[in-house]
Design a protein around this ligand. Sequence first.
Ligand code: ZN
Length: 470
Amino acid sequence: MIRKLKRICCLVLMVVIVFGCSSSSIVFADDLPADEPALETGEMLGNLNLTMLDHLYEASVVRTGQKYLGKKEINENVFEDGKKLFSSINTTEYRDAMNAKWEDVTEYGKEYDDTLTWNLKSGGYKKCVAFMKNLSRIDGVYLYKIGRTEEGRDMLALDIDLPSKREKKLLMMTGTVHAREQAGYGFALKMISDMLNSKEGRQKLETMRIACVPLVNADVCEGLRKEPDEWMEGKYFYKANAIGIDLNSNCPTLTSGILKKGVKKSKYLEYEPCGSGYCGTLGEASETKAMMKWIYYYVACEQADLYIDLHQQGRIIYDGQETGGSDYMERCDRYISAVSKLLHYGVIRDDYDDERRIGTGKGLIEWAVNCAYCYYDSSIGNMVWMDDEGYTFTGLDYWNYDEALDNGFDPLVTNDHFADMTIEIGYGQPYLGGSKTAYKNNAKEYSSRHFDRLLYVIADELNKNIVIYE
Ligand SMILES: [Zn+2]
């Protein structure tokens, strides 16, 4: 507790320092014209430096040779409504999402109950929230409210950042983006809390920080637990959110540029958000907006090393996106082989054909890869770039990131060591939904496939070549 109070005092001091010397701490300060007015400052929150988000974001929308635009100018004069050109949120909505306030709901000063362990055989939103609140009583565990679901439930994010003398690697983790895939949040909370409750785990956590939104799709997750008949799609359990949007197909990635008036559109920018069902307007769902900022923050500002998204579809692990290029793919491969060895899950590496150029995905992982290796452009829109004549290019103009680089793509790389994987837990219908049987099957999967060791393996893999300050 005293440590935590000390930390708060430190942070207050840091706010003063950061605000006082902000211009020298901007990562991409060179891109900003010197005579521009001071950028809007952000804030310190718990262990987060949200000031960085504002600076990085502002810097990321200004490119060499482009006129810097004030907020008023951007909002009023420059953009066509994105919805008219593409079914995507417009720039104002994008900025609002990225500027959304987070709330620190860490339970400072309350006593941690270490007798509470996560039982995989039951679940639910309330249990999940209470459990996370208890975890946040541990020194170095923070809890943030990052947004609301469509039905108004708080979306909560954990940040496990234990006091340490070491430079920590950063793992991001999300679960239950798809409502019927309920193993996600249970597995995430069990893995994290068991680690926090063991000596070996705490030692590992001195080398690895974990940022986690365990339960992304809380509304329909609850629906499926309480009224499964209401949340069916034919014979399948529902996967989308409460307004019918697939939260793993709703991010405004490369395919959803918002054009400045007079700028020519790349032929690969799409008019429709999605060929298949329930995509909605890209970026529309409240959950998507919250996740867009959360992902941007941890990938670009906090420099995450690895992002694991927990899904459920056939005991496999999906490899990274070609949007990130060959070095990135190699990193993904390295982490994935360690994990597949532990879980005995297969690995699927996407084949890219005529139908699937880079940047066509609209999931959380694709958004994260875009945040790391592409950039948001103030004059054009999302994750696109422009030549001297004002012609726009998107990742969709090329087969892969390396080819785009060869053709003059000049990305604002915010994170050059990022990697990711999607783990699909369990096999088929018996593992899906919110029934007791599904929970029981997933609990068995957890122990038989050694998920209890997953975060240990990840910590070891991330910490090869660690820097020790001792
Ligand atoms: Zn899924």
